[in-house]
Design a protein around this ligand. Sequence first.
Ligand SMILES: Cc1cc2nc3c(=O)[nH]c(=O)nc-3n(C[C@H](O)[C@H](O)[C@H](O)COP(=O)(O)O)c2cc1C
Length: 176
Amino acid sequence: MNEIIVYGSCYGTTKKYAEELSGKTGIEAVSCKAVNDINRYQTIIYMGGLYAGGVEGMKKTLKNLNDITGKKLIIATVGLADPTDKQNIDHIRNNIRTQVSPEIYEKARIFHLRGGIDYSKLSLLHKTMMKLVYKKALSVPEEEKTAEIRAMIETYNKQVDFVDLNSLEPVIESLV
Ligand SMILES: Cc1cc2nc3c(=O)[nH]c(=O)nc-3n(C[C@H](O)[C@H](O)[C@H](O)COP(=O)(O)O)c2cc1C
């Protein structure tokens, strides 16, 4: 098998997307913590949850990728903020640009999926981070609130699930 789905997921929403994609395509899905020789694969689909703009596990995983000539690369992010909002997309992509080489950034097809959050399950570190971000977000003037800020205020301390497995369709189409 020359294809792989690698996922970076702290609370399971990205894993859920990765497993669904795996089931639909027959491509094995592996946690970024368990992936061995990434250079073996011709097609690499990296799926990661967004954490303060970073794509969980992506930088560490893709930095081991040497020659990408002739390879197919796909990156799919999973976040809380509206993945159809242009400003949010630009923000995510600018962050991705700082996490992978220019060659990988140019070559990869990038998709954005929506995840969820359950505050009762967050680690103490993540809870503390969100509390700080929430307090800061409240002080942003209404007209300056981005989709990311709005999503975080609306969902603060709640349990929300925006996972939409149908949103994987464009990712699947890009594989054929
Ligand atoms: C500490 C922290 C930071 C986050 N940062 C972002 C962010 O920058 N953008 C975003 O859209 N979602 C952000 N989220 C929401 C996660 O991306 C969302 O919960 C996602 O579904 C997590 O994926 P996972 O369940 O696979 O770990 C953040 C969540 C936490 C706990």
